[in-house]
Design a protein around this ligand. Structure first.
Ligand SMILES: Cc1cc2nc3c(=O)[nH]c(=O)nc-3n(C[C@H](O)[C@H](O)[C@H](O)COP(=O)(O)O)c2cc1C
Length: 212
């Protein structure tokens, strides 16, 4: 693992717990591998445009090799974000839970990088579409903070957690199947409960930094 892409999804800056935990993880990764390089991509506090009709028309244009220039322009940011993803081998996403899912800026980024012909392909088999992932050899770590409790695997609210499942499914769809999720829970509980959860997440992340 030599190239780390950190995608920050929280709209909060210094107050963001997922961002703080992620920065701590990155620091541990860089300490373990001094020659690793880091790129940060802000999506929580920057505006990644939502997908609109021009994007859809351009992304699904039937002859991509002869896509007109105005359509290429509609995909320019997506191309930058896809190139950026492909140029790194460890993807680290700070992803707060928002309304049982992820903040809209992070979803907008996801919509830009799940790209036909660039990160996945569609093959027809007797008229039925089959999807083929095009991304290879990458790992991802998702670091999340949640206000509530019990959203992890086996927890009482696991079925309500559409954040981890969305990210893992979309990343798996494009070929990133080695995905770890580390969570701090209880930001809306009393301080000690949340601090204990953050401390457990930090311990897990330190171990993970030595193994990614
Ligand atoms: C708009 C909004 C929606 C939220 N939805 C949820 C939710 O569905 N479940 C939950 O446990 N916490 C929810 N929270 C609490 C956040 O997950 C919690 O504050 C988390 O620490 C935010 O991440 P950050 O500290 O990195 O900004 C929500 C917070 C906001 C602002």
């Amino acid at each position: 693992m030599n190239r780390i892409l950190a995608v920050h999804g929280s709209p909060r800056g210094e107050r963001s717990h997922s961002r703080r935990l992620t920065e701590g993880f990155i620091e541990a990764c860089l300490a373990a591998r001094p020659r690793a390089v880091l790129t940060r991509r802000e999506v929580g506090r920057a505006s990644i445009p939502h997908v609109g009709e021009p994007f859809v028309a351009a992304a699904f244009y039937p002859q991509p090799e002869s896509r007109p220039p105005f359509m290429q322009a509609d995909l320019a940011l997506s191309d930058v974000l896809v190139d950026e993803l492909l140029a790194h081998d460890l993807l680290v996403i700070s992803a707060p839970m928002y309304n049982f899912s992820i903040p809209s800026g992070l979803k907008a980024w996801l919509d830009q990088i799940v790209r036909l012909g660039r990160t996945f392909a569609v093959n027809q088999d007797n008229g039925v579409a089959h999807y083929e992932p095009l991304v290879r050899g990458k790992q991802a770590v998702i670091i999340t903070s949640r206000g509530g409790h019990g959203f992890g695997p086996g927890g009482p609210n696991a079925a309500l957690n559409h954040a981890d499942s969305l990210l893992c499914t979309a990343l798996g769809f494009i070929g990133i199947e080695d995905v770890r999720v580390v969570a701090a829970e209880g930001e809306e509980s009393d301080r000690q409960v949340f601090q204990a959860s953050c401390a457990a997440a930090e311990r897990e992340l330190v171990k993970l930094a030595a193994n990614v």
